[in-house]
Design a protein around this ligand. Structure first.
Ligand SMILES: Cc1cc2nc3c(=O)[nH]c(=O)nc-3n(C[C@H](O)[C@H](O)[C@H](O)COP(=O)(O)OP(=O)(O)OC[C@H]3O[C@@H](n4cnc5c(N)ncnc54)[C@H](O)[C@@H]3O)c2cc1C
Length: 384
């Protein structure tokens, strides 16, 4: 029996995998993408209408070069796609002056010479009366920030990949993979619904299912259940085209974020911190938890008082794949250097997916990677 053979197989064609597929195909590789679910589905981590994108990264200044590349690549992707992918609403960030968020944003902006405005709460309120901000908080406004339409971005990458010659198969489950031949460099065999397909290289981008496909590092990750909520809001006050920014707040109850009212769906808001542990990502509980929604409603009543927090419109449930330090893991497997992967994006990875997909394609094709990858190295969790 002959098996099919590809230059690269990408396992998982969600946020990161769709981009890896696109960039691999664009570089001329014969590439196959495999996914259990159809394109831009709502069963993993890349759904729910919108994702924040911003540059002055409070999480760590070392993300900024990758972010700047992500911005370039989103723009390039837009030029070949009809529907708008990115809305530059600006993002308002507020929190304690000695907290994690505002000092982190200012540090990243200073290190990378990024354009941010540092405001007093009074100045911010005068400009955007839609927000109430405690007097002792620091406030930063990033103009070059806003949101990406998440499902459209995945679809745009997949469309581009197909145009560049990629093969995509969905509705298929990858049961596992193994090196074939006497030396790992010879290639890899992937078991898909009981059949073997081979490739010179693998890219594993399986999101919340990564631990099952990357057993070496499996025990390090925790999957969290993350609900998103939409609320009724006046489009003239909180609408995307009104000059109202999207937001990220650090408050005593945790980190909360949200988006201007868009496409008639109201303001979307969520809590970034916390979340229940998911034992089986295929069977995550998607029902509404009133107490979780109550936390978001209390946040809105206080800080976005003109949103109708008592009129919830919709909710959906998504998953974060948390690494131990909340930083990404993007690397090759030590024992099998032909396997590149990205996982543990820890709830802040979507904005980067255009650039992470390119990076994975470069790793798989043994091309030069123009970034420092120490922050993302898998061996940082090894003891000793
Ligand atoms: C509620 C929420 C809000 C977020 N907000 C933001 C934000 O504002 N800004 C931001 O930058 N990031 C945000 N993120 C994070 C970001 O969305 C994720 O980091 C990113 O989408 C993860 O992409 P992924 O490709 O790793 O996972 P996914 O998109 O889930 O892709 C994994 C794919 O692998 C497939 N797969 C897995 N195992 C198998 C198998 N065995 N066989 C076949 N297919 C398989 C799955 O079906 C899936 O399609 C948020 C995440 C959530 C959940």
């Amino acid at each position: 029996m002959t098996t099919e053979h590809f230059d690269i197989i990408v396992i998982g064609t969600g946020g990161v995998g769709s981009s890896a597929l696109f960039h691999s195909a664009k570089r001329g590789a014969k590439v196959l993408g495999l996914d259990r679910f159809p394109p831009a589905h709502d069963r993993g981590s890349s759904h729910g209408q919108t994702r924040l994108i911003r540059q002055a990264y409070f999480e760590h200044p070392d993300y900024v070069p990758l972010l700047l590349r992500a911005y370039e690549l989103w723009e390039e992707l837009q030029s070949g796609f009809e529907e708008q992918l990115y809305f530059e609403t600006g993002v308002l960030e507020a929190g304690p002056v000695d907290g994690e968020l505002v000092p982190g944003v200012l540090q990243s902006a200073a290190e990378h010479d990024l354009d941010v405005e540092h405001l007093t709460p009074h100045e911010a309120h005068a400009r955007w009366p839609q927000y109430w901000i405690p007097e002792h908080y620091g406030v930063v406004f990033e103009r070059r920030a806003g949101f990406l339409m998440v499902e459209r971005c995945v679809q745009a990458h997949l469309d581009g990949a197909i145009q560049a010659g990629a093969t995509i198969r969905t509705g298929v489950e990858v049961q596992g993979w193994q090196p074939f031949g006497s030396h790992p460099q010879q290639g890899y065999a992937v078991t898909v619904d009981g059949q073997l397909i081979t490739a010179d290289k693998l890219i594993i981008t399986a999101g919340a299912w990564s631990p099952t496909l990357l057993p070496d590092i499996a025990g390090k990750f925790q999957i969290l259940r993350k609900p998103l909520h939409w609320f009724t809001a006046d489009e003239n006050t909180y609408g995307t085209d009104t000059g109202c920014p999207s937001f990220l707040f650090e408050v005593p109850e945790g980190h909360f974020y949200g988006f201007t009212a868009h496409d008639g769906r109201g303001v979307k808001a969520a809590k970034h911190s916390g979340g229940g542990v998911v034992a089986d990502p295929l069977n995550v509980d998607r029902s509404l938890d009133e107490s979780e929604r109550g936390e978001v409603q209390n946040f809105l009543r206080r800080y976005l008082p003109d949103v109708d927090a008592d009129s919830p419109e919709d909710h959906t449930v998504c998953m974060y794949t948390m690494s131990p330090d909340s930083h990404f893991v993007i690397d090759r497997l030590k024992l099998f250097p032909g396997v590149a992967f990205a996982c543990g994006l820890s709830g802040h990875g979507f904005k980067f997916t255009s650039a992470i997909g390119e990076l994975l394609a470069l790793l798989a094709l043994d091309e030069n990677v123009p970034y420092q990858l120490e922050l993302f190295a898998a061996d940082r969790f090894e003891s000793g």
